[in-house]
Design a protein around this ligand. Structure first.
Ligand code: FDA
Length: 307
């Protein structure tokens, strides 16, 4: 119930406009976002890098419906890549296709995407986020197109969708880079598992598929993006059982969430990455973080009472 209310709030233009101006909302959001400026994101990336944690950076923004603005986002990522290179940071990019103009048409969006991938150079992967289920077909189509041309592009798959195991099987021959998440959008029961236990079980089933022989033979890169320690332990144990090296896959988490676990995985010899977001359009992203753990609302209340 609380999750649905928070996810509905994420999509409300009225709230998007007003809530980010409230000081207690800004204070709560600062737990998940180091700041609105690129400098804030890169400073956080540099600190994590000194602890042996690599990062992925994203400029917040989604459902951009102005072509010039969408193009501007692609150009901005060129600048971000330059700053990452100058600072010598182990930092990749993550983008949303609706930020690059997907709602305006696939062709324009693909041009913007291709520009970013080319700017990144072959040694740095550009990750494509997965948005709500209405975008899955077109996202996978554009991913397929990009992966056929470029080696350095990855895509996110969501374990709450019934279709994900099949989507993965279809992508595997491409030797894709896959980031597996549970999924963060409100979805109807005809497309996504309504029960968390089923989402978690499917996560592990798809994780096994990602580490399986076919995936490995195809050269697939597997990234497990979750903070769920039970699942992380299951994946580690499974990988160990099938004799897979710790370096053959990676874990990704979000900035500000389960820092203890991010560090522990690094110390244990796994590749541990943190996704850092920045930018002024942080409200929908922040509300999805609230919805993932309604107990986070206590932080909001504490910041409200604390003044
Ligand atoms: P789960 O929700 O079961 O949480 C497990 C534990 O982690 C909780 O018990 C709690 O301790 C901690 N935790 C999780 N979320 C928290 C929060 N917000 N605040 C505080 N503690 C929290 N989704 C999507 O649909 N498309 C995408 O492209 C991406 N991309 C993406 C990249 C990366 C790197 C990550 C880590 C996640 C995403 N997601 C995403 C979000 C993802 O779908 C999912 O909503 C969150 O990761 C939360 O799910 P968990 O797997 O952590 O499990």
């Amino acid at each position: 119930m609380m999750r649905s209310v928070l996810l509905a709030g994420a999509q409300s233009p009225w709230l998007r406009e007003r809530a980010p101006r409230l000081p207690f909302v800004r204070r709560t959001a600062s737990r998940f976002i180091p700041g609105e400026a690129l400098d804030d994101a890169l400073a956080a990336a540099a600190i994590l890098s000194r602890s042996g944690i690599a990062t992925v950076v994203t400029h917040l923004g989604e459902n951009i419906t102005d072509a010039a603005e969408a193009r501007q986002e692609a150009l901005l990522y060129g600048e971000v890549l330059g700053r990452i290179r100058d600072a010598g940071l182990p930092t990749e990019l993550s983008i949303k296709l609706t930020q690059l103009g997907l709602d305006l048409g696939a062709t324009r969006c693909y041009e913007n995407l291709a520009r970013i991938i080319e700017n990144a150079g072959t040694s740095s992967t550009v990750w494509i986020d997965m948005e709500s289920s209405a975008y899955v077909d077109i996202t996978l189509e554009l991913y397929r197109r990009a992966r056929t041309r470029y080696p350095n592009v990855g895509v996110c798959l969501q374990s709450y969708l019934y279709r994900t195991a099949k989507d993965l099987a279809a992508l595997t021959p491409l030797g894709p880079s896959i980031r597996l998440v549970k999924g963060a959008y409100p979805e109807p029961a005809n497309v996504a598992f309504p029960r968390k236990a089923d989402v978690d079980a499917n996560y592990f089933a798809v994780a096994r598929q990602l580490l399986g022989r076919q995936s490995q033979q195809a050269g697939l890169r597997a990234a497990f993006a979750t903070h769920d320690s039970a699942l992380i332990d299951q994946i580690k144990l499974h990988a160990q059982t099938i004799g897979m090296a710790k370096s053959a896959f990676e874990f990704q988490m979000l900035y500000g969430i389960r820092k203890d676990q991010q560090m522990r995985l690094g110390h244990e010899g796994y590749c541990s990455k943190v996704l850092i977001t920045y930018g002024s359009a942080w409200f929908p992203w922040f509300m999805r973080r609230m919805a993932e753990r309604p107990a986070n609302m206590f932080f909001v209340l504490r910041n409200l009472v604390g003044g």
